[in-house]
Design a protein around this ligand. Structure first.
Ligand code: GLN
Length: 202
């Protein structure tokens, strides 16, 4: 790919602007996506954190769910953070009965996995694809990945504490997902990894 990739950030709900800033710091162009027309021409998609049940409802209401499924199935690179991870999962535990996802990642994701009473916490992760320095991760009512299919690469696990060993970052082909919010910490390595993946694709 010559020039900067154009990354759409799904802007139905959630922390859209923080992802735009992180992506732009990595040399990508960004566009907020709320309509089918705004999907046109994007090289990749980011699905932010927020509330996956709300996001799912809005995606259905605004007619975006099917177009997003088609795009992701046809190979559009995508990165989902927290609620975005849930949106990319093929299977959810602890979801609402009518909760739809875009899917694409052959994983089962457990919503609010760290316990509903634990609103948020921070911890260090081991994420070898991002280098030796641990990733300081912020989790907010976060999911984790309960099980992964054969094609899924585990990128990161919780390093210490009661959730040690839990899977919180995965990749399958050109789809990546994290339970945590790298857009909130100023550590742009996850976004860099994603933007490099998108650049490498064309
Ligand atoms: N608990 C939220 C959900 O299920 C995700 C939280 C987040 O994105 N920070 O959608």
């Amino acid at each position: 790919m010559t020039g900067a990739p154009l990354v759409g950030v799904l802007a139905l709900q959630g922390d859209v602007r923080e992802h735009q800033h992180a992506l732009e710091a990595c040399g990508a162009l960004t566009r907020r996506v709320r309509t089918i027309a705004e999907l046109d021409g994007i090289d990749a998609l980011v699905i932010p954190g927020g509330e996956s049940t709300t996001m799912s409802k809005l995606a259905v209401r605004w007619g975006l769910l099917e177009p997003l499924r088609v795009l992701v199935r046809s190979g559009l690179p995508a990165y989902g953070s927290c609620a975005g991870m849930i949106m990319l999962a093929d299977r959810i535990e602890g979801g609402r009965a009518d909760q739809e996802t875009i899917g694409g990642l052959d994983v089962t994701v457990r919503r609010n996995a760290f316990g509903r009473q634990v609103d948020s916490f921070e911890g260090d992760l081991s994420m070898p694809v991002l280098g030796d320095a641990p990733v300081h991760a912020v989790f907010i009512r976060a999911p984790w990945v309960e099980t992964v299919g054969e094609e899924v690469e585990v990128l990161g696990t919780v390093a210490t504490g009661p959730a040690a060993g839990r899977i919180v970052a995965v990749r399958q082909g050109d789809l990546i997902a994290t339970s945590f919010h790298p857009e909130l910490t100023g550590d742009t390595r996850v976004h860099e990894y994603f933007v490099e993946m998108v650049r490498g694709k064309a």
